[in-house]
Ligand binder design. Sequence first.
Ligand SMILES: Cc1cc2nc3c(=O)[nH]c(=O)nc-3n(C[C@H](O)[C@H](O)[C@H](O)COP(=O)(O)OP(=O)(O)OC[C@H]3O[C@@H](n4cnc5c(N)ncnc54)[C@H](O)[C@@H]3O)c2cc1C
Length: 427
Amino acid sequence: MSQKLTSLIENLLTTDSSLSFDPKQLSRFMLGTEGLTYFEKKQRNILAIIRLTQSHEIKALLDLANHCATDEELAFSLYPISTGNNWGYGTSQPAGTAKNIILLDLGLLTDIKDFDSELGLVTIEPGVTQQQLCDYLQLHNHDYMVPVTGAGPDCSILANALERGYGITPYTDHFAAVNSIQGYWANGTPYQSAVNELDASDDKFVDKTFKWGLGPYLEGLFTQSNLGIVSQITIRLAKKKADFTSFFIQMDDDELLEQAVPLIRQVLQDYEGIVGSINLMDQRRLLSMFAKNPKGNDTHQVMANQDIAKLAKQLQAPNWTIVGSIYGSVGVVKAVKKEINRIFKQLPCKRIYSNSLIIVVANKVIKYIPSFLVNRVPPLSVAVEQLDSFNKGKEIMLGKPNKVALKLAYWRHKETVGFDKNKLSPG
Ligand SMILES: Cc1cc2nc3c(=O)[nH]c(=O)nc-3n(C[C@H](O)[C@H](O)[C@H](O)COP(=O)(O)OP(=O)(O)OC[C@H]3O[C@@H](n4cnc5c(N)ncnc54)[C@H](O)[C@@H]3O)c2cc1C
């Protein structure tokens, strides 16, 4: 990067923001989970990384990029990341292969700017993670759920919404829950909705409550596009309900899938708004969370059906697992649980509910079993691990982030055995 461009950028950054070309730092952001490095034509490059501490610097940088665009020596592009954990979809690597891309890290913009406790509307900057929002809600005793995803505590809420991410709390479609966006188009023009401009109140309350605004809906252009950079969003959070149970329906016969899918659809249609979402998992998906890869962790080999059958027998993993959640008052949860039981009774399957006596008792008993015994008796350690994952799955459905799903990304990782499962980070 030229000295001239370096000074131009440094001159517009505030004291706590930084520009770095340190190869060690840059290489950390080139660690994708997608294997792009194996393809010559797909190699990504970054010139430098800028870490911002003030959101107004976004505009100054976009203006500079536009100003330099026609100068061969100075031209550069900006690729924004919020937390850069877009695992499986690029991680923090730029979407394009140009050689003059500067990564714009917005992860230090972590202000929770406003919270309306009556309506559950929260206004956040790009770097606010699932864990930070969770801590904030807990600290202030706000009974709302974080829109968590399987990607876990260290991921940005804003970036996941812009990616049109999906979760298993009641507001499953994360972009649908975005009521208002502020940011900048690529040419540096600031964006706020027409309602925001008309709204004379200090807190821009109308804008934050009314997703569709006036005239053509432009905010969708910010999603999965890199047409602009978003500096803050306001999202609706789902309120915690008085009661909850998750359900796990296990089927031991592949042939039952065809009959199960219409039943899942029926539950989602009949209990819309009460049953959050339903996950349908096959045996491979389940085993990758509990089993050790018998081919060895560094081997890129698809598992044969016999391997799967052997592992499934050892770990008592069903062919298909249907996982869902019921939210509501005590009476509603009880009634819908009964209905789901009735609907699935027509199939030979096992139905487990997180509020059933067996799970409640198992959780109590397991606390008293000494860990040396758990480690020495394999069936016991499997049972403990499965119960732990079951409980963590329940936490996610209740809007509390954790890393339980990240193990999925480590099935073929050579060092997977030694990893602390609470510190996983696939990138
Ligand atoms: C095991 C596992 C489970 C997962 N589970 C889920 C899941 O349940 N649901 C789900 O949706 N995803 C899931 N993911 C995918 C992904 O990891 C998440 O969506 C993650 O939240 C995205 O990373 P991020 O939030 O750090 O976004 P970033 O990497 O920061 O950004 C994502 C994209 O948005 C753009 N962007 C970021 N910030 C801005 C901004 N301010 N303005 C404009 N554009 C911006 C970036 O350029 C990038 O293209 C999972 C991944 C793994 C490995």
